[in-house]
Design a protein around this ligand. Structure first.
Ligand code: S3P
Length: 176
């Protein structure tokens, strides 16, 4: 089956849910952020600090296109939807799930986070970024899963139900 791409804002649980989902499906789990760090031999923080966001986005697009197209759960960076090219790739090659977490919940999770350069900006900027990206996530997704206050296994079950609907052709949201 085509791979599953998890999209959503920083701290929405893509890695946690993706790992558990992959285990459940017995598929491999991959992560575009991790692939960038491995392939370019630098942490994301260092890439942003030394080369800037545009270079990071170029790396991100490059690794996205190397991700397995079948039987993989792919966690993506929160900014993957910024580029039209990436959105088209996701929609064309995978089943896209938006993990929809409220900003208030994300704030609690990332309160001590030091690894995300765009999170460390002031909170007003983060709110604008969240609002701006929200529709991009919605418009790119085949399935939207609200995660607020839910346990990981409940979210994974919801995702699996959506996949089963899609496989059996019942998912009315699936694009032609
Ligand atoms: C980013 C999100 C991060 C990482 C980078 C940029 C963003 O990934 O790709 O720091 O632009 O939202 P996570 O969504 O896994 O935190």
């Amino acid at each position: 089956m085509q791979s599953i791409y998890l999209i959503g804002f920083m701290g929405s649980g893509k890695t946690t849910i993706g790992t558990e989902l992959a285990r459940h499906l017995d598929w491999q789990f991959v992560d575009t952020d991790q692939a960038v760090e491995e392939q370019y031999g630098q942490s994301i923080t260092d890439i942003f600090a030394t080369d800037g966001e545009t270079v990071f986005r170029n790396y991100e697009t490059h690794v996205l296109k190397q991700m397995p197209l079948d039987d993989a759960v792919v966690a993506t960076g929160g900014g993957i939807v910024e580029r039209e090219e990436n959105r088209q790739w996701l929609q064309k090659y995978g089943y896209v799930i938006f993990l929809d977490a409220k900003l208030a919940e994300i704030r609690k999770r990332l309160v001590h986070d030091q690894t995300r350069p765009l999170w460390k900006k002031n909170q007003n900027d983060v709110e604008l970024l969240y609002e701006r990206r929200y529709n991009l996530y919605l418009n790119t997704a085949d399935q939207v899963v609200e995660t607020n206050g839910k346990h990981v296994h409940d979210i994974v079950n919801e995702v699996i139900r959506g996949i089963n609907d899609q496989v059996s052709g019942q998912n009315k949201n699936k694009k032609e």
